[in-house]
Design a protein around this ligand. Structure first.
Ligand code: SAH
Length: 352
């Protein structure tokens, strides 16, 4: 039989209040347990509620935090990579990166992914299922609990396509932002997408001051479609139009990710084209958007056969963009010794 109980971590305080009233408990109980739940304390461990309420909670709700199955710590920079299991035994990855401005957790949004990007390890076995709001939040809580340190930033750049799990991600954002819970400000949350244009349009309407990252990876349809099947549905033009509209609506600048793959998308001609298309699409109007491109030499994944661009090619690419007024940074690689980019640990565990 499938689990019918609602996940306790999926409810906002007002939803918990309504439930408390419905089972004859005083409303204030909700406000009592919510902060504890969001620190990872199980109802059965709570000392300020009675046995009867604990029993009711057990009967009506599912309580499960992602369980750390494996933990790798980078000797180089302290990056911590987790393989965590969910209540049904599926596993995803989360990574904690230590920056001078605080700890950032990178979380997964789905078990697997169905976007099919050719360079990516997470999509190789397809999508198994979406993560629930409680599982999205649970990764943050579990990481914070395990680290014993506050996590102040979230990036949704792990396994999965967050905008392909739209409703659950929206609920998660409300939960994790709640001041009585984990309390991470929207400005400290980044969401990365391979470019689901209909969802970017929907997101613009939500009015959340999160940071949107676009995995662009190519300046034109031919190059992009060859490595990202999603481009067959929405091409580069349409995607950048959606970006401009997003910025016009929200005032939030968008950052672009560009994975450099040797011989595929890393030539100076590619960089020139990229600068041209970004400037033309995002800068010709009155609402000029500051443009920032993150360059990421591709992480080599056995199954894909792609190789990372050499140092010189990366430097030439960055210089070409800068020369055309586009800020480009080469992403500092964290956790190089633990394969910290997502998807690889889960695959290794599945193969064993
Ligand atoms: N689905 C979302 C978020 C997950 S991937 C998205 O596509 O943005 C997070 C980032 O890692 C994306 O920019 C993705 O393109 C990139 N990525 C995936 N596999 C990679 C690899 N092997 N090397 C470098 N970057 C990779």
């Amino acid at each position: 039989m499938t689990e019918q109980r609602v996940e306790l971590l999926s409810l906002l305080p007002e939803e918990l209040e309504a439930w408390m009233l419905s089972v004859g408990e005083p409303k204030y109980r909700a406000r009592q347990i919510f902060p504890q739940l969001h620190r990872g304390i199980a109802p059965d461990e709570m000392t300020n509620i009675g046995k009867k309420l604990q029993e009711k909670l057990r009967e009506h709700f599912l309580w499960h935090l992602p369980v750390v199955e494996r933990k790798l710590i980078s000797a180089l920079d302290g990056t911590v990579k987790y393989l965590v299991s969910l209540s049904d035994g599926n596993c995803v990855e989360s990574v904690v990166m230590k920056y001078s401005h605080g700890n950032t957790v990178c979380i997964s949004s789905q078990v697997g992914c169905r976007m099919g990007c050719k360079f990516c390890a997470s999509t190789i076995g397809g999508k198994v299922r979406d993560l629930t709001p409680a599982e999205l939040l649970g990764q943050v809580i579990a990481a914070q609990k395990d680290m014993g340190e506050r996590i102040s930033n979230i990036v949704m750049m792990g396994i999965g396509e967050p905008l392909d799990n739209y409703d659950n991600v929206m609920k998660f954002l409300k939960l994790v932002n709640h001041e009585e819970g984990v309390n991470i400000g929207y400005r400290h949350i980044s969401l990365s997408t391979c470019g689901l244009v209909n969802r970017i349009e929907q997101l613009a309407e939500e009015n959340l001051p999160i940071t949107l990252s676009i995995s662009l990876h190519a300046p034109d349809d031919e190059t992009r479609s060859a490595i990202m099947p999603v481009n067959n549905r929405w091409g580069v033009d349409e995607l950048l139009d959606a970006c401009r509209a997003y910025f016009a609506k929200t005032g939030r600048r968008i950052s672009f990710e560009y994975t450099l793959i040797a011989g595929k998308n890393d030539s100076v001609a590619n960089a020139q084209k990229l600068a041209r298309v970004l400037n033309a699409k995002l800068r010709s109007r009155t609402d000029t958007m500051p443009i920032h491109v993150n360059l990421i030499p591709v992480n080599e994944v056995d199954e894909t056969g792609f190789t990372r661009s050499g140092k010189d090619a990366v430097a030439a690419f960055a210089k070409t963009l800068e020369g055309k007024g586009i800020r480009a940074t080469v992403r500092r690689k964290l956790g190089a010794d633990i394969n910290a980019s997502c998807g690889q640990l889960r695959r290794a565990a599945m193969q064993e």
